[in-house]
Design a protein around this ligand. Structure first.
Ligand SMILES: Cc1ncc(COP(=O)(O)O)c(C=O)c1O
Length: 330
């Protein structure tokens, strides 16, 4: 990641909004986004007057390149892969399918993860990383816009600085700064940046602990989950994940809700995740009615186990023992 330019910004949501401005996306354009994601992935383009077109995902929650190929139209101006849980999308396939249409990566969950050795966020024109408190490292609210295309950086700097050339002024390149472009206030505060900087130094230690917990969960729980008819959400063999989240998918929503309820009664909080956008009140207004079965299944049947850096080995053991016990009852 560090060999590519990046700008610290106020959130991944704002990084995506900046990407939409940078790529000149506007009214009449279509942008293909996965249905299984957060509202920000679609809102960034909706705010510019473009239409998000929802694509289904695969078993791991990542956009399905074959579906992208079907949805491409002469209005398509960008494709937005989300690397769900830090597991890489099939970037080779997506690049082939998208051709000259830019990719904007929503790598909000993917700090430090890679596809075939290349960091996620750097494949497309630009990519968004999140430093929200729920991510592997964070500063409350924060993010980065990473550039696969370095020619976008100067303009991005102006958009981030209220549409001014203040950065050029700070570098002594102009005598005063002025309004030069459309923009907003997307710069991460120094206080947040300082907080983040300490965590960046600890990133390798944080990632390796998280991945250790992920591997342990997978080793102990894959068989019991499969006996219950479900599967563990796994990444691609050619991806290097970051231990962001451990999730599995049941056969039915009833099983998933029973599991969450029983774990909760035993003092362990497990969470579902996204509501597929095309089924949400806003998404229904935009969607053409196609069923997106895998996104719908993940909405109803996916559960995440607790996974955070400070978990002790004892905490991890307790989650596993309790999950095995509850899985026998679903
Ligand atoms: C896939 C995805 N995209 C975007 C975001 C938005 O990130 P932020 O909270 O930094 O705006 C999130 C946050 O959870 C996310 O999971």
């Amino acid at each position: 990641m560090l060999d590519r330019p990046a700008l610290l910004v106020t959130s991944a949501t704002h990084a995506l909004e900046m990407a939409a401005v940078l790529l000149g996306i506007g009214a009449g354009d279509e942008v293909i986004v996965p249905a299984y994601t957060i509202s920000s992935t679609a809102n960034a383009f909706l705010l510019r007057g473009a239409k998000p077109v929802f694509a289904d995902v695969d078993r791991s929650g990542n956009i399905d390149p074959a579906e992208v190929a079907r949805l491409l139209s002469r209005r398509t101006r960008a494709v937005v892969p989300v690397h769900y849980g830090g597991h890489s999308c099939d970037m080779d396939h997506l690049r082939t399918v998208a051709g000259s249409i830019p990719l904007i990566e929503d790598a909000a969950q993917a700090i430090g993860a890679a596809f075939r050795g290349t960091p996620l966020g750097t494949f497309g024109a630009c990519g968004a990383i999140s430093f929200h408190e729920t991510k592997n490292i964070g500063c409350g609210e924060g993010g980065a816009l990473v550039f696969g295309d370095p020619s976008l950086v100067d303009r991005a700097d102006q958009i981030r600085e209220k549409g001014t050339d203040r950065r050029r002024f700070e570098l002594g390149l102009v005598g005063r700064y002025t309004w030069v472009d459309v923009g907003s206030s997307y710069t991460l505060s120094e206080l947040n940046a300082a907080w983040l900087s300490a965590q960046l130094e600890e990133l390798p230690r944080i990632q390796s602990r998280r991945q250790w917990i992920w591997d342990f969960y997978a080793k102990e729980l894959e068989a019991p989950v499969e006996r219950a008819g479900g599967y563990v959400v796994r990444g691609r063999k050619d991806g290097s994940p970051n231990g962001h989240l451990f999730a599995f998918v049941f056969r039915s929503g009833a099983q998933r809700n029973h599991f969450i309820g029983q774990m909760g009664e035993k003092g362990i909080s497990c969470r579902f995740h996204f509501t597929a956008l095309h089924t949400s009140p806003m998404g229904r207004k935009l969607h053409d009615g196609r069923a997106l079965p895998q996104s719908e299944r993940l909405s109803e049947c996916l559960v995440r186990l607790p996974l955070y850096f400070q978990m002790s080995d004892g905490d991890v053991d307790r989650v596993v023992t309790t999950a095995v016990e509850v899985l026998r009852t679903v």
